[in-house]
Design a protein around this ligand. Structure first.
Ligand SMILES: C[S@@+](CC[C@H](N)C(=O)[O-])C[C@H]1O[C@@H](n2cnc3c(N)ncnc32)[C@H](O)[C@@H]1O
Length: 222
């Protein structure tokens, strides 16, 4: 079930951005939050590499990739979000290819990407859908390609209560399911090698970097 505040956030971009800006203070603000994935991909991939931002929303995290010099595509299922992303990239003068489609079955060729980013979106999917999305990432990546995920992490201590409050106001059951699961195990089950993990925001967020094995071929893991 969706709370009225979540509905408001999805209907009104300014409200979504205000909520994100407030919650991103714990990692240093919205620009740093949206640049977390790009920073780790830039350690692995040269400028010009093809990188896809899956579930790109209004394009902020995709544009952080473009600022690093990657050849960026952004995919989302919502045409309105893509319109906002298109307008944002036009204003910033950063070329990005915007694609409408499902993250579970992206309309892009196998092996077409050197990197894939999923920023603050995987928790929107059920466990079965997450497996489909991660398999899609595996299919899209070249052997040796990189996947970076920034998302919720089960908080303990001082961040536990704010996270519970945030989830009950703005998230759905899928976020609770995501928090109860093990992201590294899910990524490994999709055929990736997890290379790096970092808790952020006092443990309320995480950043994970994984690699498609160089000998994996283009077929997804079973
Ligand atoms: C919480 S927003 C995150 C947006 C962005 N990545 C960011 O960092 O701000 C989640 C996005 O996932 C998109 N989305 C949800 N389900 C999807 C699906 N099945 N396929 C593609 N996009 C989807 C939504 O339209 C929304 O833009």
């Amino acid at each position: 079930m969706s709370s009225p505040l979540r509905t408001l956030a999805y209907r009104h971009r300014w409200f979504y951005e205000a909520v994100t800006a407030t919650s991103s203070l714990s990692v240093g603000g919205p620009t740093r939050l949206r640049g977390l994935g790009a920073a780790w991909l830039a350690d692995q991939l040269p400028a010009g590499a093809a990188v896809l931002d899956l579930c790109c929303g209004g394009g902020e995290a995709a544009l952080a990739l473009a600022q690093r010099g990657f050849a960026v595509s952004g995919l989302d299922v919502a045409p309105r979000a893509l319109d906002q992303a298109r307008e944002r990239s036009r204003r910033m003068g950063l070329p990005v290819t915007w694609v409408e489609g499902l993250a579970e079955d992206p309309p892009l060729p196998a092996g077409s990407q050197s990197g894939v980013q999923i920023s603050l979106a995987l928790h929107e999917f059920s466990a079965g859908e997450r497996a489909a999305v991660l398999h899609a990432c595996h299919r899209l990546l070249q052997p040796g390609g990189w996947l970076v995920i920034v998302d919720l992490h089960p908080a303990t201590g001082v961040m536990a209560l704010p996270q519970q409050l945030f989830c009950s106001l703005f998230e759905t059951e899928t976020a609770l399911d995501f928090l109860a699961g093990d992201l590294a195990a899910e990524v490994t089950a999709a055929g990736f090698d997890v290379r790096r993990r970092e808790p952020l925001a006092g443990g309320a967020l995480q950043r994970l970097l994984a690699q498609k094995p160089a000998d994996a071929g283009l077929q997804p893991a079973e």
